[in-house]
Design a protein around this ligand. Structure first.
Ligand code: NOJ
Length: 541
């Protein structure tokens, strides 16, 4: 495996839901051995690191984000041996593996919580946050708005209320208790010793509670996270921590510390703005949020994404923008969940190939490294009739055989395969798209390959390029040492004619990296262009 300690700065990530990916045992649930069978596919796409959604024993009230045992594998997914086999098989292919580390809460079925609720004198009582009243921390918002009325839930056995930021089946751990810290170091060590390459740390803003605050991003939280990082650096250099903090850029910035907290952090706010820009034909929201994004230390990296396993979150937009996004992208109430939209990329973008490619063009050329959500590389659809976020977690569509090639089960799958006229597996599947060089799959693969070959697109400096004040054009230069790429994108459904102001010394002919089309630069370092609706160009300079 490539031993560059900063490997994550240039990596392509793939978010993989084990239950949905490939069922090796024919029981209707994807499993770890199933993932092993498909690693060549992941490799072929150009992926450097897979992120596994929670694989631990769990009652699955929140699809595994409610952990009942940090040291095992859910029986549906296999065993610890299978996990080791997956890590080895991935490493043989130069693919790294990270998994969720859920620090903030456990399942209420976890033995710690069971012991805690059973007795005030149990040493586990203080692992959680209890109160005799619901009066504390009144300034704290509720995240799962559609189901939870309060962050406090009464526990009959305990005779007290317990604190939870997510479902009431997910009691928050008490980070004021040093024992809890020690437990988490132990958990990390266990998985790191099995060879895992790092963690996507779930819900980190919420670890501590302090009266009079919104209990998010507290200094105590950062102090603890820095300890996790120091531990990783000392014993496991080259393994990473990826921060899930759904916050404004200025509030995510401290999670990078001085390069001594997280290696990477999701850029949540840019994501909905990509959809806003494509729907309104106006790049201003993307420009504004990137201009508002602070620089980060050299050893850190942003993670960008278009979709993931959750609802498309609209927490980091204004109330007005949220209403507009709902109106445009979630016209039916069942498409909405909490403060978001529970749909996949392709249906959101009207299954319009031009818009899907354009969104991916932004994903692969804006600063940061991309995470592709499984199935979006073939334009999979969703099922809004399934509850919660399950509609975007349906089985991967491998081919047109029964069960989409996902499973040999005779009975029910964990969720039905998508079977409608537009997105059904008979039409939308890996086999068909691999065989068709014009497919979305091949376009995404080509974008990934192009990014991997370009120092500019990986970590180049970023500059906006002025395009006649035309708001439908989003243009920027990425440049590293001897490599520069000019990215020009038409966000609108109309043809755009424009002249871009280019820096001096630009050659007379520029080549689009993806199509190999040549474009001539007119005099005075101006570039006159006509862009088709939703067209994008990655011009090598
Ligand atoms: C964020 C995860 O992405 C989401 O799926 C989960 O429900 C919450 N954290 C709680 O763990």
């Amino acid at each position: 495996m490539n031993d560059n300690l900063l490997w994550y700065k240039n990596a392509i990530f793939y978010e993989l839901y084990v239950r949905a990916f490939n069922d090796s045992r024919g029981d209707g649930h994807g499993d770890l051995r199933g993932v092993v069978e498909k690693l060549d596919y992941v490799k072929e796409l150009g992926v450097d690191c897979i992120w596994l959604l929670p694989i631990y024993p769990s009652p699955l009230e929140d699809d595994g984000y409610d952990i009942a045992d940090y040291y095992g594998v859910h029986a549906d997914y296999g065993t610890i041996e299978d996990f080791k086999a997956l890590v080895n098989a991935a490493h043989e292919r130069d693919i790294r593996v990270i998994a969720d580390l859920v620090l903030n809460h456990t399942s209420d079925q976890h033995p710690w919580f069971q012991a805690a609720r059973a007795g005030r004198n149990s040493k586990y009582r203080d692992y959680y946050v209890w109160s005799d009243t619901k009066d504390k921390y009144q300034d704290v918002r509720i995240i799962f708005l559609d189901t939870e009325e309060s962050n406090w839930t009464w526990d009959e056995t305990a005779g007290q209320y317990f604190w939870h930021r997510f479902y009431s089946s997910q009691p928050d751990l008490n980070y004021d208790n040093p024992q809890v810290h020690a437990e988490m170091f132990k958990v990390m060590k266990f998985w790191l010793d099995l060879g895992i390459d790092g963690f996507r740390a779930d819900a980190v803003p919420y670890l501590y509670e302090r009266e009079g605050t919104n209990c998010e991003n507290l200094p105590e939280t950062h102090a603890f996270l820095k300890k996790l990082r120091a531990f990783m650096d000392k014993y496991y250099p080259g393994r990473i921590l990826l921060c899930e903090a759904n916050q404004w850029p200025e509030d995510v910035r401290p999670y990078f510390g001085d390069g001594d907290e997280f290696h990477m952090g999701f850029h949540f706010p840019v994501m909905p703005r990509i959809y806003m820009a494509i729907r309104s034909g106006d790049g201003t929201p993307v420009i504004d949020i990137l201009n508002r994004t602070p620089t980060i230390p050299d050893n850190c990296q942003w993670c960008t994404f278009l979709r993931n396993h959750d609802e498309l979150t609209l927490e980091m937009v204004t109330e007005e923008e949220r209403q507009w996004m709902w109106q445009e992208y979630a016209p039916e109430p069942r498409m909405r969940l909490n403060l978001g939209i529970r749909r996949r990329l392709a249906p959101l973008l009207d299954n319009d190939r031009r818009k899907i490619e354009l969104a991916n063009s932004l994903l692969f050329t804006l600063p940061g490294v991309p995470i592709v959500y499984y199935g979006d590389e073939i334009g999979m659809g969703d099922n809004v009739w399934l509850s919660d976020r399950n509609g975007v977690r349906t089985p991967m569509q491998w081919d047109a055989s029964p069960n989409a090639g996902f499973s040999k089960a005779d009975g029910d799958l964990y969720a039905p395969v998508i079977d409608d006229a537009v997105f059904g597996y008979q039409k939308v599947n890996v086999e068909v798209q691999r065989a068709d060089s014009d497919s979305l799959y091949h376009t995404i693969k080509a974008m990934i390959a192009a990014k991997k070959q370009s120092a500019a697109l990986q970590n180049g400096d970023f500059f906006w390029v002025e395009g006649d004040g035309n708001k439908s054009i989003l243009a920027y230069l990425r440049s590293a040492d001897k490599d520069s790429v000019l990215v020009v994108q038409n966000l609108s459904a109309d043809e755009q004619v424009l002249t871009l102001k280019l820096p001096a010394g630009v050659p007379e002919k520029l080549k689009d990296i993806l199509s190999e089309k040549e474009i001539s630069v007119s005099g005075d370092s101006g570039l006159s262009l006509t862009l088709q609706p939703f067209e994008y160009l990655w011009l090598q300079i």
